[in-house]
Ligand binder design. Structure first.
Ligand code: PRX
Length: 651
């Protein structure tokens, strides 16, 4: 966990410094009227018309939400097409020459697609998919890196009503095979390969392996030649360029989808267990992400916007592709890593493209912080108007660094809490209205509601930690929840709460102002001398200690050195010594009680993380227990596992 707590650890009460949104920002914000909270509350669920009005419907809906119990048919009776909303309507409004996608490769090559260019290629590829036999409701799997053909393929699928199933290109052949099967998908669009940190990574061979591992055959495969490595294509394999040029100039009428029809499937990245399939529907999802792109990210037509998320994850679906394109903004796509070739790459992208809004993850911000403020200082970042973060708790120090060194204290920061399952943002401040508290996400967005409960389902008092549950359905809710399946994140299904609710699987705290601090996942419980302690609780005590950036704890079985081991990353300028070890251990004892004894504190420059930035405790457990560890290829930083092994050995 990274530090998601306020600076005051004595009382546990949130004595956060509040920061008002800069006046210059507030004056131009999309949402400026504080009464929006009351208004949404008083008129729920009809308040969500405001979100539905951000998109175009081909058939208007009859009712915002006909039932207050499942099935939740948001915008019942309405029909629409997501690709029409992201393309045609902007062209009809006269914006055909506005840039829709600005792409930059890791080598600095750029490609620019105006809305007209994007419209043309999406139509051509939609025609090509149809010609390959893809019909409405057939699932098309997209196993592709961050290249423009990925959003093009997504929008082409949306145009013909074929749900897409994007699989992150960094995942293995096995992971692809599982996802093809789970989605029952016979069509695959992939790529010969891509570059990462200067090395070519080949995808086609992984796709071929996956194909052999799935029981039902793929009927067609389309290959984008990104490296120029396509050769020996089989009969059912086609290159993207060949298909698009065969359908040059084709126009495909957008298929009318009902609000409840599936737009896409996606699998959660989960740090434990099997990936979970999540289906998002066309109407509610698109309304939710378009509305939050406007209300929270403050995106306006023509804004230039950079989100560093990979499109392989939900953040990329909602806030690289659908939200910004539905708004009519320019979305900047970057293929490479933030430190290649130099550690100022992101700042140079922002400067060169005069980016207005920047959205990234705390793990990236902590890396920027570690590299140093001199990198952003080398660039003119004055085009920035708003900054955002998502994916994990942000520690107040990282927040402050982002605010000062990237935003020059002139940009509000939105700390947005949401999940693959929620489709779009759920908890965040409205940047033109609400004061910010570093490290605290904010109140539930207008029209949504949340509660913090204990193990018996009762609400806990302000500032006490508990389980975060969402207590009102929302338009972006996934199909399974719409249909009333009890379907929460792992580890919480046994807790009963009165009324409709969705268990998020996160721990959180709410303060007197109704601001929620998200503490992290509660999946992990460890056993200490017969007591069950949440890793989250211990980790949040550790990251309270001045100088600590991140921490993960695991339990160790070994009788000699058994107990709780903590892996801790410190700020770059600090070195881990005995004094620091003692400070951490005594703080944990103080906060949780004498039972919470740390048996070892290991300092490490980094923690093993999934590609989406989640800490993988499993590898730490293997290291601590001296066990063999399996496949590290799902890690973003596999090298750290070996490094940690030698740190532990030398300690
Ligand atoms: O634990 C929360 C954390 O990320 C989880 C959702 O992960 P995923 O489905 O991969 O989606 C990531 C992008 C939305 C949550 O259950 N999380 C997300 N945003 C925040 C957060 N934790 C704290 N603060 C946030 N702003």
């Amino acid at each position: 966990m990274s530090n998601g707590r306020g600076p005051d650890s004595e009382t546990g009460l949130g004595e956060y410094e509040k920061i008002d949104p800069p006046t210059s920002f507030a004056e131009q914000a999309t949402v400026t009227d504080e009464s929006i909270y009351d208004e949404f509350n008083d008129t729920w669920p009809d308040c969500w018309e405001r979100a539905a009005a951000t998109i175009d419907w081909s058939e208007p809906y009859e009712c915002v939400l006909p039932n207050d119990e499942p099935p939740f048919e948001w915008f019942a009776g309405g029909t629409l097409n997501a690709s029409y909303n992201c393309l045609d309507r902007h062209i009809e409004a006269g914006a055909k020459n506005r840039v829709a996608i600005k792409w930059e490769s890791h080598l600095g090559e750029t490609r620019t697609y105006t809305y007209q260019d994007l419209y043309r290629e999406v139509n051509e590829f939609a025609a090509a998919l149809r010609a390959q036999g893809v019909e409405e409701d057939d699932v098309v799997t997209l196993y592709m890196p961050m290249i423009p053909e990925l959003p093009i393929a997504m929008l082409a699928c949306a145009r013909i009503g074929a749900p897409h199933n994007v699989v992150f290109a960094g995942l293995s052949a096995d992971a692809l095979a599982t996802r093809l099967e789970s989605a029952d998908s016979e069509y695959l669009v992939t790529c010969d390969g891509y570059y990462r940190r200067g090395n070519a990574i080949f995808l086609k061979s992984k796709a071929e392996d996956a194909r052999l591992k799935t029981p039902h055959d793929l009927s067609e495969m389309v290959l984008v030649e990104h490296l120029g490595e396509a050769e020996h294509l089989g009969e059912t394999q086609h290159t993207y360029d060949e298909l698009v040029s065969e359908h040059a100039g084709a126009e495909v009428a957008p298929v009318d989808r009902s609000a409840d029809d599936v737009l896409f499937l996606i699998h959660t990245s989960g740090t434990t267990g099997e990936p979970k399939r999540v289906e998002h529907v066309t109407g509610g999802y698109l309304a939710h992400v378009t509305w939050t792109s406007q209300a929270v990210l403050d995106l306006k037509p023509g804004d230039t916007y950079l989100c560093t998320a990979n499109i392989g994850w939900i953040s990329g679906h909602s806030y690289v592709v659908y939200g910004p394109l539905a708004v009519g903004a320019t979305t900047v796509m970057y293929e490479g890593t933030p430190n290649y070739p130099e550690k100022d790459r992101i700042w140079s992208l922002i400067e060169q493209n005069a980016v207005d809004v920047f959205y990234t993850a705390p793990t990236a911000i902590r890396a920027f912080m570690k590299w140093g403020a001199e990198y952003p200082a080398q660039h003119d970042l004055s085009s920035l108007r708003l900054l955002g973060t998502v994916g994990e708790p942000i520690n107040p120090r990282a927040w402050q660094w982002y605010y000062e060194h990237v935003g020059n204290e002139e940009c509000p920061i939105v700390d947005t809490w949401w999940q693959t399952e929620t489709g779009g943002m759920m908890i965040a401040t409205l940047p033109g209205i609400d004061a910010m508290k570093p490290g605290v996400a904010g109140p539930p967005l207008p029209g949504t509601d949340a509660k913090i409960v204990d193990g018996s389902g009762e609400a806990v008092p302000p500032n006490d930690a508990g389980y975060l549950v969402l207590t009102r359905p929302w338009p972006g809710m996934p199909l399974a929840l719409r249909h009333g399946r009890r379907w929460g994140r792992e580890g919480t299904s046994e807790i009963e709460v009165n009324g409709w609710n969705y268990f998020t699987g996160d721990g959180a705290r709410v303060d007197e102002d109704g601001y929620i601090t998200v503490l992290g996942r509660i999946d992990d419980v460890i056993n200490v001398s017969g007591y069950r302690l949440g890793t989250m609780e211990i980790e949040s005590a550790i990251v309270d200690v001045e100088g600590v950036v991140e921490a993960a704890v695991v339990s160790v079985d070994n009788a000699e050195t058994g107990g709780v081991h903590a892996y801790v990353t410190l700020e770059a300028a600090l070195s881990g010594d005995e004094q620091m070890r003692e400070r951490i251990a005594s703080h944990v004892r103080e906060r949780i009680g004498p039972i919470a004894t740390l048996d070892a504190v290991v300092f490490t420059p980094d923690l093993p993380k999934t590609r989406s930035g989640k800490i993988m405790r499993r590898f730490l457990e293997n290291i601590a227990n001296g066990e063999e560890f399996g496949d590290t290829s799902t890690l973003r930083n596999p090298e750290i596992v070996g490094e940690l092994k030698s740190i532990v050995r030398d300690d």
